[in-house]
Ligand binder design. Structure first.
Ligand code: PEP
Ligand code: MG
Length: 904
């Protein structure tokens, strides 16, 4: 028969899946002989059973009874006893911590039969009625209302009603704090509370301890499917079938008078990582008072006092012996768990009890500092240190971020897709030109646009942050912003951007030009006003840490970069080459006026002669840019992708630009417009793009290949090593590759004849159309390398437009139809199959086929792990994601080693 109930002394930290994190650690601390109040855990399996069948497994009742009898014996008190009653707490605890998402009930067992006994035992009537009013408040809210699925309007739930009664009583007596309520007041309050419960919920407050206990256990199990818990699981990708454990534990009281207290602490500072015992406590209080923020908690010790609490006595100064005992436990726990612990403790009449320990959550800075400190302290080895820092933590280290404390207190008015990480504060501007002008006069601005186009690039570069109402994670704005490490939120669908009135409208809120807003680009959240930012200035230990990371990594990490300066940034951040140089990006941004003009000329050419002339004029610019980037990446491979321009985006919209172009082409401005209109496509993403452009206009391919090879020849002649790789985009058939190769071979021959240099190069293709995946064995006959363009591959596999998915995709993710946005993290179930299949088929034809990925997912940790497992040679991502990808790649190798170790 399955065992569902475990006494604390029967379990251990290893049993986390079965007993939940909290339960497993209570067991572990019990085994370590730490002062843990006795109790037992009802397993996650019991919760899963309950969730599935709507009742507990048969026999659970007896098991709980048996465990309770042991606890009663250890405590020398009986649950429900008239003279010496034991009181219990019921707390949730899943495998992975879901802080605040599920329910807790304290003081279970207080009723008319047990109250006199406790008063007699404690000689403290006030304390007993205070505990009782807390039980009524919590129990009626959690068990009688929430777990029964009763929904109320905001401010009208039973808990709010009881709070109102208590506030009224305080007002009547002119009390400022809860602690002024007398025993009499509290007794009276309990009577009023019970009356209100009956009135509002139509049921008596249960006066039987057993009924209270099972009510509380049931509510904890049900809270697994509470609204908050379900949404949290979606965000954190926690499976629904895990279930929560229920921890039933003897109550100890921090509110038994002036020699009692309760507190929470971290064995090291969770914000900075500093190796100092850090925490807060409150005398004469129960745990919820510390977290609720009603009273300012006292500092734990002298050295960590802050301006808010420096006038309050520390635990260290008030009770030195207890502080020493707690500090001893801190050291023992860190040695045992070899990680920073987050602990909860209670002092009951001068005796210390441990109520919880778990690995503490931490900021990116803290994670790095602690990992390096613990390595130096020889608490952990290098591998563990590398695993201690999450790839997402590095994001924080590389971008300024919104101060999390400030964020907790603020309310967001708008959400969108988190396109570029970090935080930004600035004044709203609505045009690219204003962004440039305002920034030039020293203002910090947020560029707010309906959506962005290439003409916005200057403004995007100048702005501190970018916010758009439309577009997805791979929209132009998102791509460019991430490339620059710029804070950016796209697809904020509720925003209306009224360019004429210069207003950003969200519901009834109207913000004007110059109003200040704050973006959290890591979460996709927008706030009014200026929130405090945190300086994420680079820790000198970062470099040392990253060196260590590379020791454990086999997967290569390249970057997507299109300019010399981005290439240098990426190289400094550890990129081992360029996996994607998008030629068309030279037509955006600074210094692009002339090449953009020529590109437009080329696009709008009507005859081969016109086009050839335009291409010829464009050539020196293309060569110049490619050469600069090849130079910056000297010695490392650079994959230059042939032009894949969204043609319609490059057609000039402004009248003056149209006129200028008309003059150059010797036609009328109205003809420019007409030719532009002729380029209009119904489905540009499936239109005249990528290799198709080279098939129809081989002279464009020829010009680019010549630029790549001549630039390389010049560098080689100057004694520089270059490794160009020519990549053909948007292919679906080997015929396209063969046709393009004919042009490449011819130009290569011509360049050799002209320069005398036989430029070594690789020829390959992007894989971004499902047909190319299916025919990967054929594609590999011509291609020496593949690079998965997972932006387009995701678009084409799902049939979700990458530019328009923002209107519906969030519903899929929120509603749990998809586990995540496939444009952010590879859809392993679908797109993943195509990738693995292409790898197999491609390598079956060409054993040494080099394979990488250059879609946006290349910098996403879960996707990096997938690419490692799929046998790719490298991932390529935007410069600022390079360290993240390096760390994710190291984690992937280390995790595989660990699982192989387990299997052996
Ligand atoms: C892709 O499709 O994944 C890709 C990298 O190309 P682009 O985003 O330029 O279409
Ligand atoms: Mg593509």
């Amino acid at each position: 028969m399955t065992k569902y109930v475990y006494l604390f002394k029967e379990g251990s930290a290893q049993m986390r899946d079965l007993l939940g994190g909290k339960g497993a650690n209570l067991c572990e601390m019990t085994r370590l002989n730490m002062p843990v109040p006795p109790g037992f855990v009802i397993s996650t399996e019991a919760c899963a059973y309950f969730t599935e069948k709507g009742r507990y497994p048969p026999g659970l009742d007896d098991e709980v009874g048996g465990a309770l009898a042991v606890v009663e014996k250890e405590m020398g008190a009986r649950f429900g006893d008239e003279h010496d009653p034991l009181l219990l707490s019921c707390r949730s605890g899943a495998r992975r911590s879901m802080p605040g998402m599920m329910e807790t009930v304290l003081n279970v067992g207080l009723c008319s039969r047990t109250i006199p006994g406790i008063i007699e035992k404690t000689h403290n009537e006030r304390f007993v009625y205070d505990a009782y009013r807390r039980l009524i408040m919590m129990y009626s809210d959690v068990v009688m209302e929430k777990s029964e699925g009763i929904e109320t309007e905001e401010g009208k739930g039973i808990r709010d009603r009881l709070e109102q009664i208590m506030a009224a009583m305080k007002k009547r007596h002119n009390y400022r704090s809860d602690t002024e309520l007398t025993a009499e007041d509290l007794r009276e309050l309990c009577t009023q509370f019970k009356k209100k419960v009956k009135e509002q919920l139509g049921r008596e407050f249960p006066d039987d301890p057993k009924e209270q206990l099972w009510g509380a256990i049931g509510a904890v199990s049900k809270s697994w499917n509470g609204k908050r818990a379900v949404s949290y699981r979606r965000i954190e990708h926690i499976p629904d079938e895990w279930g929560t454990a229920t921890n039933v534990q003897s109550m100890v009281f921090g509110n038994m008078g002036e020699t009692s207290a309760t507190g929470v602490a971290f064995t090291r500072n969770p914000a900075t990582g500093e190796n100092k015992f850090y925490g807060e406590w409150l005398p004469n209080a129960q745990g919820e008072d510390v977290v609720a923020g009603i009273r300012t908690p006292n500092p734990l010790n002298e050295e960590t006092k802050n301006p808010q609490n420096k006038h309050l006595p520390s635990l260290q100064s008030k009770w030195p012996a207890l502080y020493r005992e707690l500090d001893g436990i801190r050291v023992a726990l860190e040695e045992h768990y070899t990680d920073m612990q987050d602990i909860e403790f209670t002092i009951q009449e001068g005796k210390l009890y441990m109520l919880q320990c778990r690995n503490g959550k931490r900021t990116g800075t803290a994670a790095l500092n602690m990992a390096m400190d613990m390595l130096d302290e020889r608490l952990i080895d290098e591998k563990t240190a590398v695993l201690r820092v999450e790839p997402g933590h590095l994001d924080e280290l590389l971008h300024p971020i919104v101060n999390p404390d400030a964020e907790k207190k603020a309310r967001a008015f708008l959400t969108g897709l988190p396109a570029g990480p970090g935080g930004a504060v600035g004044k709203i501007v609505f045009t690219s030109a204003d962004a440039v002008d305002w920034t030039a006069r020293g203002e910090k601005v947020i560029l707010v646009r309906e959506e962005t186009n290439p003409e916005d690039v200057e403004g995007m570069r100048a702005a501190a942050g970018i916010l758009t109402a439309r577009g997805g994670m791979t929209s132009h704005a998102a791509l460019v912003a991430r490339g620059w490490g710029k804070c950016c939120i796209v697809g904020a669908g509720e925003a209306v951007v009224d360019l004429d009135a210069r207003q950003l409208i969200v519901g009834s809120l109207k913000l004007r030009e110059g109003d200040v807003i704050t973006l959290n680009g890591t979460r996709g959240v927008v706030y009014q006003g200026a929130l405090a930012m945190m300086d994420a200035s680079e820790n000198p230990r970062f470099q040392r840490f990253m060196k260590m990371v590379d020791k454990f990594r086999t997967l290569g990490v390249r970057t997507n970069a299109d300019t010399e300066s981005d290439a240098r940034v990426a190289r400094d951040l550890g990129a081992e080459g360029i996996g994607l140089f998008r030629t068309e990006h030279m037509f955006y941004g600074k210094g692009s006026d002339e090449p953009l003009f020529l590109l437009r000329k080329m696009i709008l050419s009507n005859t081969p002669e016109e086009r050839r002339a335009a291409v010829k004029e464009l050539y020196p610019f293309v060569k110049r840019d490619i050469k600069a980037t090849l130079g910056a990446m000297e010695g490392l491979p650079v994959t230059v992708r042939l032009l894949d321009p969204p043609l319609h985006e490059f057609v000039p919209q402004g009248k003056d630009k149209q006129q200028e172009l008309a003059k150059a082409l010797g036609i009328r401005p109205s003809d420019v417009r007409k030719r532009g209109e002729a380029l209009h496509e119904s489905n540009p993403m499936m239109g005249h793009r990528g290799v198709r452009l080279g098939i129809t206009y081989p002279e464009i391919t020829e010009m680019q290949v010549r630029a790549i090879l001549e630039a390389s020849a010049e560098l080689i002649k100057a004694g520089k090593k270059t490794k160009p790789e020519i990549m053909v985009p948007v292919t679906c058939d080997v015929g396209e590759l063969d046709a393009t190769k004919v042009v490449v071979d011819r130009v290569h021959r011509e360049v050799r004849e002209k320069t005398g240099v036989d430029v070594p190069y690789l020829y390959g293709t992007m894989i971004e159309i499902p047909r190319a995946c299916l025919l990967a064995d054929k594609m590999a006959k011509s291609a020496q390398f593949f690079s998965f363009g997972t932006n387009d591959l995701t678009q084409m596999t799902f049939g979700f437009s990458r530019d328009d998915a923002g209107t519906f995709l969030p519903y899929y993710v929120k509603g749990g139809l998809l586990p995540a946005d496939p444009f952010q993290t590879i859809d392993q179930a679908g797109v993943g199959q195509l990738i693995t299949m292409s790898v197999e088929r491609g390598r079956a034809t060409r054993k040494d086929l080099k394979i990488g990925i250059c879609g946006e997912q290349g910098g996403d940790p879960a996707s990096v792990e997938f690419c490692y497992k799929a046998g790719l040679n490298y991932v390529s991502c935007s410069p600022f994601r390079v360290p993240v990808a390096r760390l994710a790649a190291a984690h992937a190798s280390l995790k595989r080693k660990a699982s192989e170790g387990k299997g052996a």
